[in-house]
Structure formats: structure tokens, C-alpha cells
Design a protein around this ligand. Structure first.
Ligand code: ATP
Ligand code: MG
Ligand code: MG
Ligand code: MG
Length: 492
């Protein structure tokens, strides 16, 4: 193709570096540094948070940043930005992705940011303007925030037609990193993969036909711990564009998985599998379960490789627990759906190194360690998976579950005693054409809400949640009061 991913990545960086005087800053590791409010680095701006906040050490190099560009490794699989449930089901949300971004720290603001973005997309990359939509913050009456008319006018001045400039609320057009921190109104650029008709109603509607590609955030505020907004001493620009989505646009593909960032990986998976090649089916189409498995495995092995290279290992709490869950999901899809042998997952790591190792050399350095850790964890999981499948099979052979549903008590046992995430139980049942009895399960969940238990593998659970930031040295017993922040806890 005319736009190999490696070229898209480097041309983005060059555009801002050479043409617009930005300093190239390397990606930070995905393990957040000194920021307990984050499980993973989830946006390019994370490493610059002290600059936005004005808390940066004045002697550090960061204090001198005015214009910066980078390509950041991001993971969205927990906390405020959690896309884990969508991965594989759609074709444009990944747990690991690369975010291309440019920043102004008290330098340029809205006008220049929009100009540069528009010129890059429409002139430099030649994307037709009639395939693009832009959104802006339409205000929020409840919190007294005004609409960002300034940005709307900037787009009009750049020649965007009024019908392609759409207002949205807090949810889509007010960007926040986490529960607190720098934030502000944003304007986003969306690409219409279909063309040829008015697709305005598909913007921000979760459709694969019109996909958000670039977010330009105008950082004016800090969200304080008490939820109020404080105006920052100087305004900044923070943008983020998903490389995988941009590449799919430039390579004329409807799915990120059909770009050269993924096709060698899909081929490698196919070689190890006992099923046909990846054919891109989604939804309820016949055979889509296999393609879903391809996407999940491809996504998860990227995330596992990047996280392990950066020192996050599958484990028992926080980000490590999330990674453990990702690993277990990948293993199950690999073996049960793709019919690949044990060891297949880890054997994909060299392909990841080939695809991403030039951009992120730590993947090359850590390759052997990544392979070993994945293999060890796979072996552990397979032992308990076998036990779980036997229990499900035995239950189904004894009881007709088509009408009353799969007994919640058995699902609960798998979950609580064998450490199976409930969504994994759901998926295993779905494959066998049954569903768990929801009503009973909800009841069990709420009955156990107050119970703090230490199941076999030592996870601390409250109801259906695993509590983060409780370490094995914390001595909790039933009846102890625990303060729960559910958005920091993980639904199992
Ligand atoms: P979406 O609405 O599609 O979930 P978002 O609004 O959550 O995206 P932002 O936080 O605005 O995304 O991040 C900036 C850009 O990063 C997005 O415009 C998109 O191109 C990319 N991006 C965000 N989440 C993902 C993801 N899970 N996988 C791949 N790219 C992503
Ligand atoms: Mg999102
Ligand atoms: Mg969005
Ligand atoms: Mg967005």
C-alpha cells in the first residue's frame, strides 16, 4: 500500500517536528510513573501531566517543553478508560494501541491546532474533506459549562461545511484523563468509511462506518478531587490520534485488523491454528466466533508483549490482575476456538517484535522474558480451565439448562472457588448454547456483596469485585469495613 504503518507513524512525527517546530519525545512505558490514579498509561498526555498542572520541576527538561510530538504506547483495559469488553467484538477498539499526539504547553491554542490537524489529514495525507466530520463541545447546562462556539467558528473558517460540524455533550467532547486532573473541551475528527451519503447521524453512535480518529483537547481546567473545575494558569493543547485507525483510513480498510499492523499477525495465528484463515466476520454472522477469536488473540498478544516488556506481569492486583485476565482470555480463545496447541500464544511474540520492535526497541530486548512469562502463566491457567470445563460439562449432562438457564450456583462456584472471571464463564456457556440464570446470579452477587473473602489464589474480593490497592499484607477479615471505589475495582 502507499501508506505502510511505519511510514504513517514517522510521517506524523516528521510533520510536527520538521514543519511545525515540535520536539520529539519518546513514548513512556505503559506502567504509570508515580501516578496511583492510573492503572495503565492510557493517553499520550499522561507523561506530561506535571507540565499541564504546573507542578513540573523547573530544572527538568520537561519544564522547557513548548511544542512536543510523540507516539505513545497506550493500554485501555481498566479504570476510567476501559475498552476490554469491546475488543474483538468491534474492529477499532484495542486494549493496546499507539496514540499519535502533538502538544502545546502555553504556546499555540485552538486555531493553530485545528489548522495543523486539518492540513495534515486533507493535504498531507490527502483524505477527502467530504469523508470527514468534526465535533465540538456543545455545552452542559447542568454543570454551567458553555458551548465551545470558538472552535465551531474555526472549523467554518477552515472551510468545513456547517452540516459536518456537530455539537456533543460532556461524554464525547469534554476530555478527562481520570477522576481528577487536567481536562477541557475537545473537538474530534471522524472518518466516514462508507461515503456517498449524509452520515452525520452515525458520528459518535458506535458505528463501524463512521469512526473517531483524532481528538484535539483544549486543556483549560483541572478537575479537583472534590469534582470542581479550576481554571489553569495557562492553556494547553493535547491531541491524540489512534495510529491503527488512521492507518486503516489511509490503507482503505474498514477494519484495523486488515491493515499491515495486523495482517502478519493474523497469518502467524493462522499457521498455528487448526481453523481456516481470518475472514473478518463480525456480529452474529455464521463463523464470526472464529474471527472474533482471531481479533481477541491478536489484540491481547500485543498488549501482553508491551506490558511485560514494561514490567507489568500477570498477577494478583491492580494492572497485573487485569493483565492476568487478558492472558487467560487469550489462552482460552487460542486453544478452544482457534484450536492452537499450548505454547502457540507465546510463539507469536517474535511477530510482535517484528511489527513493533523498531518503534519500541524494549520489545526486542525483552523478547525472551516475554515468551517465558506467557508460557508459565498459560500452563497454570490450563490446569484450572480443564477443571472448569469438566464442571460445566458435568452440569449440562445432568440438567437441561435451555429453559431455566445454567445454574447460578455452579457459575458462582467456578468464579469464587476457581477464580474464573464471570465473563469467561458467560463465554464458555454461550459456546455451548446456554446462558446462566441471571436473576439467581444477581441475587448471589448481592448476597455476597458484604463478604470479604480470600479465595484459593489470594485475590481479595468483595461481591463480584476484586479490590485494587489491597495488598496481601493487609489483614482483612469478614466484618471489617472496607472503603470501596468501584471504578478502581474490577468486576470479575
Ligand atoms: P472512542 O469513542 O472510539 O472509544 P475515545 O473518545 O475514547 O474513542 P480518546 O480518549 O478521545 O478516544 O482518544 C484519542 C484517540 O485515540 C481516539 O480518537 C482514537 O483514534 C484512539 N483510540 C481511543 N481508544 C482506542 C482504542 N481502544 N483502540 C484504538 N484506538 C483508540
Ligand atoms: Mg473510548
Ligand atoms: Mg469518543
Ligand atoms: Mg474521543
Amino acid at each position: 500500500p502507499g501508506f505502510p504503518a511505519a511510514h504513517v507513524r514517522s510521517s506524523f512525527l516528521d510533520f510536527f517536528r520538521r514543519r511545525h517546530g515540535h520536539l520529539l519525545v519518546p513514548s513512556s512505558p505503559v506502567r504509570p510513573r508515580a501516578d496511583p490514579s492510573l492503572l495503565f498509561v492510557n493517553a499520550g498526555m499522561n507523561q506530561f501531566k506535571p507540565v499541564f498542572l504546573g507542578t513540573v520541576d523547573p530544572r527538568s527538561q520537561m519544564a522547557s517543553y513548548r511544542r512536543v510530538v510523540n507516539s505513545q504506547k497506550c493500554v485501555r483495559a481498566g479504570g476510567k478508560h476501559n475498552d476490554l469488553e469491546d475488543v474483538g467484538r468491534d474492529t477499532y477498539h484495542h486494549t493496546f494501541f499507539e496514540m499519535l499526539g502533538n502538544w502545546s504547553f502555553g504556546d499555540y491554542f485552538k486555531v493553530e491546532a485545528c489548522q495543523m490537524a486539518w492540513s495534515l489529514l486533507t493535504e498531507h495525507y490527502g483524505i477527502p474533506a467530504d469523508r470527514l466530520y468534526v465535533s465540538y463541545f456543545g455545552g452542559d447546562a447542568a454543570s454551567g459549562l458553555p458551548a465551545d462556539e470558538e472552535t465551531r467558528n474555526i472549523w467554518l473558517d477552515l472551510g468545513v461545511s456547517p452540516g459536518r460540524i456537530l455539537p456533543f455533550g460532556l461524554e464525547d467532547n469534554f476530555w478527562e484523563m481520570g477522576d481528577s486532573g487536567p481536562c477541557g473541551p475537545c473537538t474530534e475528527i471522524h472518518f466516514d468509511h462508507m461515503g456517498g451519503r449524509d452520515a452525520a447521524f452515525l458520528v459518535n453512535a458506535g458505528s463501524p462506518d463512521v469512526v473517531e480518529i483524532w481528538n484535539l483537547v483544549f486543556i483549560q481546567y483541572n478537575r479537583e478531587p472534590d469534582r470542581s473545575l479550576r481554571l489553569l494558569p495557562r492553556f494547553s493543547v493535547d491531541t491524540g490520534m489512534g495510529l491503527e485507525r488512521l492507518v486503516s483510513v489511509l490503507q482503505g480498510k474498514r477494519s484495523n485488523y486488515d491493515t499491515d499492523l495486523f495482517t502478519p499477525l493474523m497469518d502467524a495465528i493462522h499457521q498455528r491454528s487448526g481453523v481456516g484463515p481470518y475472514t473478518g466476520r463480525t456480529g452474529t454472522e455464521e463463523g464470526s466466533q472464529v474471527d472474533l477469536a482471531y481479533r481477541v488473540v491478536a489484540d491481547h498478544i500485543r498488549t501482553l508483549s508491551v506490558c511485560i516488556a514494561d514490567g507489568i506481569h500477570p498477577g494478583m492486583s491492580g494492572a497485573e490482575l487485569v493483565l492476568r485476565r487478558i492472558l487467560r482470555r487469550a489462552v482460552r480463545f487460542c486453544i478452544q476456538v482457534l484450536q492452537a496447541p499450548q505454547g502457540a500464544l507465546a510463539s507469536l511474540v517474535p511477530t510482535i517484535t517484528q511489527l513493533l520492535g523498531d518503534a519500541y526497541p524494549e520489545l526486542k530486548q525483552e523478547e525472551d522474558r516475554i515468551v517465558d512469562i506467557i508460557n508459565e502463566n498459560e500452563a497454570q491457567f490450563l490446569a484450572s480451565l480443564q477443571q472448569g470445563s469438566r464442571i460445566i460439562q458435568r452440569t449440562l449432562s445432568k440438567k437441561d439448562c435451555k429453559h431455566s438457564g445454567f445454574p447460578a450456583s455452579v457459575a458462582w462456584t467456578l468464579h469464587r472457588d476457581l477464580g474464573f472471571p464471570l465473563d469467561l464463564v458467560d463465554m464458555m456457556l454461550e459456546e455451548r448454547g446456554v446462558r446462566v440464570n441471571r436473576q439467581d446470579l444477581e441475587r448471589l452477587l448481592s448476597e455476597n456483596q458484604k463478604d470479604v473473602v480470600f479465595p484459593v489464589d489470594g485475590l481479595v474480593q468483595v461481591g463480584g469485585y476484586v479490590v485494587h490497592q489491597v495488598t496481601a499484607t493487609d489483614r482483612l477479615k469478614t466484618g471489617d469495613q472496607v472503603q470501596l471505589h468501584l471504578d478502581q475495582a474490577h468486576r470479575l
